[in-house]
Design a protein around this ligand. Sequence first.
Ligand SMILES: Nc1ncnc2c1ncn2[C@@H]1O[C@H](COP(=O)(O)OP(=O)(O)OP(=O)(O)O)[C@@H](O)[C@H]1O
Ligand SMILES: [Mg+2]
Length: 439
Amino acid sequence: MASAMLIVGTWVSSRIEQAVIESQGASAAVYLESFLSPLSQELAENDTLSQPAQRALIEVFGQTALGERIVSYKIWKPDGTVVYASDANIIGHSFEITPDLEKALSGQVSASFEALDELENRAEAALGIPLLEVYTPIRESWTGRIIAVAEFYERAETLENELARASRNSWLLVGLIFLASGGLLYGIVLAGGRLIASQRQQLQAQLKETKAISAQNVALRKRAVSASSRAIAQAERTLRRVGSDLHDGPAQYMALASLRLDSALPQGEHQNKDAEQVKNSLKQALLEIRTISRGLALPDLDELDIERLTKRAVQEFSNLSDLETRVNMACNPNETVLNYAQKLCIYRFLQETLANASRHARAEKADVNVRCESAAISVAVQDSGRGFDPTSALKLRSDGGQGLLGMIDRAESIGGAVDIQSQPDNGTTITLTLPLGEP
Ligand SMILES: Nc1ncnc2c1ncn2[C@@H]1O[C@H](COP(=O)(O)OP(=O)(O)OP(=O)(O)O)[C@@H](O)[C@H]1O
Ligand SMILES: [Mg+2]
């Protein structure tokens, strides 16, 4: 604002100064031209002034009140020659045409104050008093043609005082306006600052509250994940026990019953037919119980680290399928600590994705890539088969197929995620990511 004030103040005061000088110059020019014009008409024809005209000029400037105000004058021809002047030494000399002279030759009055730096002004500058320098055109009476230019120097002590006053006033006004607007601006900024400070305080309070709620949410989520992990582990353990109980209990008894039935029943066609039916039913029941118990069976995951668990799942799958499966392990099994629910999730994930690759992809090979980082483990199963559209495959289906959905639910319930990248005819990569560390 201070710089702006300086620029505006300088500009305004210089404009005012210029305006005052010009109006003063113009009124002096009009006054003087009324004397000079009749005396200078002969310059339309001649290059010099006649003796009577010169005498008249001397009288006008020497013996009237005008002479007291005008300290010096010159009459120029348009070519830059001084035809007549109060300083007899320069009469008849030619000088370079100055911009002021040129302006007057083009028909305008030109006035300036204290700029006596030209060669022809040496005498005026030597006087050491403030002077107003005015150039005014002299026109031919009837045609209006500019036949000469009168240059004169008027004493300007009053003008100097007036200029100083005008400049002082304009600086005062500019200063006051800037002070007022500065004060106003300061008030606005102060009020704005207070508002911002109070809003910041409110925001900080809200932030604190939000942080507390967020911490609460994290704690709740941790509890939910760990409860869900425990529930899943519990359910899977129960299923596993049911599976082995079925296998070791009812299946063994049925096998025994079927064996004994042969020897216990008497031979005969009629009885043989009934016995055959009982035997077949027993065989069928035995087969189904074994299938159910195999489906429920799981290796003892507590015993397995990530490397052995992966190899085990792949091995068991290879026993049932021709799909060639390679395992790439980027994990240090000793550093990667997984809980039971996580191991179970990875095992079921491998079972499901490998089964899908074999059943749906029509691929010959699949890759299992396991990577461990400090905060997460990722298991990706990649095949180069025919691919599919994941959005439609993830809709609930009427035929009961829910392998992918179940897998996603299982992973999310213990804080993990499943990413499916697949395009028709362009292979499939399904990646399971689980957080490591606390559940
Ligand atoms: N690797 C794959 N390549 C090609 N298609 C796949 C692949 N994995 C899944 N799909 C497609 O996605 C569908 C859904 O798979 P999802 O595992 O959910 O069900 P499903 O395998 O048909 O049945 P379920 O797994 O319950 O026995 C499949 O029917 C199949 O069309
Ligand atoms: Mg499936």
